[in-house]
Design a protein around this ligand. Sequence first.
Ligand code: ZN
Length: 350
Amino acid sequence: MTTITDALRRLPKVELHCHVEGTMRPSTVVELATRNGIALPTDDPTQLYRYTSLDTFLDIFWLVQSVLGDGDDWARLAYESVIDGAEHGLAYRETFFTPARHLDAGQRLGDIVAGLAEGLVAAEDATGVRVMLIADIDRAYGPGPGRELVEQLVELRRSGAPGTDRVLGVGMDSTELGVDPTDFASAFDLAGRSGLRRTSHQGEVTPPDTIRAGIDVLGCERIDHGLSLLDDAELTKRFADERIPLTVCPNSNIRIANAFPRLEEHPYPQMRDAGLLATLNTDDPAMTDLDLTYEYHSVMEAFDYTWDDMVAIALEGVEGSWLDPDDARALKERITAEGDRLRPVVDVEG
Ligand SMILES: [Zn+2]
């Protein structure tokens, strides 16, 4: 008997806000830590992703990243992230990687990108799921290293280095508080001039003027999180009129940022009602015990959405993506066809 959960799992879905480091299986963290001589607070994989606040989450996030020692580790991470996503109907993902800490520790960007791409190619062969990369600037390292990351990326692309054709664009993540996004204008300007697409985490815990800076100063084509956007009616209207995508992660906002006590209080429905292109995403699924099926199912239940609402949300994921028009059209047709095929199942379930 097929259930709504199964139907949501099978519905082809797009993800535009997912950090590859945040997809690492706990068992893989333990294995890589052992191999690379990294001490973990526990050897029990089930105990690894326990945190009580944003700060303890970030501590564990850094610890998880530190187990990635070389290109092979990055390849394994990328491969497993797609295998795990495919089980939940992932059809296409534009995934972040944030190399600042590893570059600081002496790894080379070319090795990281080549490793990630190798894992993605193998996973694509195994599952048919296509995944592209977004190189994220880590705000905490400051504008200098941010600009250097883009310079290195541009140079690697110019030289045709392995895997660089998988990198679609640049983004920016990590702490928002106390950071002026306009300090990173030079890095984003270079990215734009070099043909890289642009996005940025803004407005998760900062006011809407950082979101405005993201599009007007950094030239971003979409905004990750953008939670505070609704506080500015004029800017909200502009995002709605221009269909500037937001990559929203409702359950992550609860589990990591503790922004709302429960999903029912998340402004996701208000965002959609305002006409915003608010795509649905998991952020750091393994570290928060999330997956795309749960993300869709919990949102459907919390906001009394219909099956057609959920199909529309999946289609909006394509609209917010950086797929070329032919591929976007093909994926939309696939989602629509599967949505129609699965609808009777859902109607029977009620
Ligand atoms: Zn994020």
